[in-house]
Design a protein around this ligand. Sequence first.
Ligand code: UGA
Length: 433
Amino acid sequence: MNIAVAGTGYVGLVSGVCLAQIGHRVTCVDIDPAKVELMRSGKSPIFEESLEQLMAENKERLFFTTDGAQAYRDADVVIIGVGTPEKKDGSANLAYVFQAAKEIAHAIERDCVVVVKSTVPIGTNDKVEALIRAELKHPVWVEVASNPEFLAQGTAVRDTLHANRIVLGVESERAEQVLRRMYQGFEDVPVLVTNRRSAEMIKYASNDFLALKISYINEIANLCELVGADIMDVTLGMGYDERIGNKFLRAGIGYGGSCFPKDTKALHWLSNYLDYELKTVKAAIEVNDQQKLKLLKKARKHYPGFEGLTVAVLGLAFKPGTDDLREAPSLHVVPTLVEDGANVHAWDPVAQERFQDIQDDGVTYFSSPIEALKGADLCMILTEWPEVIALTPEDFKTHMKTAIVLDGRNCYDLKQFMGTGVTYESIGRARME
Ligand code: UGA
């Protein structure tokens, strides 16, 4: 099939590349000429495992352009994968989606399905369809379908090629058949067909449930610290129950990224707008805001002020496997440390450069975790990169001035720290000395 994709962020680019991988001819459209040039040269603008390799393997059917009209004109399917950033009031900004829809309406010259892959509030697909039909320049059949994306950053290609489900939110048999044909190459993936509004809701309900699960376990972890229980044992015990499952129960310093924070706020905003208070989601948001500050609170018990202290911060990205900093706990922790007079020694294998653009003053960037630890009065672990997990109590003891380690991601076995002379505090577990 001939497929055009509007937007080359995580959703658009990964979907486009994976659809080329199963044999479609795919043209990816982006308004940024520099980004398009980069992709034409075989480079991915996002850090994502095996993406560049697939771009190279499929280069004869994968095209990149700034010329949307050209790409949309004779496409069988046009996918909208542009961003839906958060507005100041927590609602989703749909300006890019509507802009893309308008361009598509002006360009299409043959029957096609326009697929909304961006995460959009319930009811948006109806609006996109009305807009496209009102703006059409040629008398073609067009229908809008909701086809939410469930990939996670860091595992995006795998999550797409081996998805756990494909959700098709359609309003006609014809649109369903077009999309089934598009996904034919994704073997063994269950396909669920719903109406558009249910598909839109499945995306929000899934992300918000996962966010809720994390906030819940973070609260239980906080309580574990108060009552002397161990969160790792508690989650292990819970996970045996198949109704609960053992995934997404890792306690830490809160969820970040471009999805959970934005999607929880957007659904909460939408429910408020409809005069319904979504209490559980509201609680998940509040708990997460507090959880991001947890290491700072722990640190203040060791040092009432940070003036003149050297603090090693290991990990800046919101999770390993990505250079994305959106809503990362580091964005709260590092500026606070710097404001309070600390010299921050930061390390991250891929997000360092991006972080430096945001925060240069007061931070020295190092090329290895060990270098960052040297002479530190305190270490904070914000991302569970493999290089961090590989550190031993001996590394902290040898290189730090005062070996106090605050681990926001529970990277180590507690027993390792027993009698090592390192003060080790993590989330929901006993303090070790
Ligand atoms: C998330 C979902 O997992 C995807 O299914 C979804 O498609 C995507 O949002 C999206 O809407 O585009 P992502 O934000 O890339 O994917 O990352 P996750 O792996 O879900 O992690 C999100 C945050 O939760 C991270 O900060 C991570 O550290 C945190 N987390 C995750 C925990 O604190 N504990 C856990 O047990 C799991």
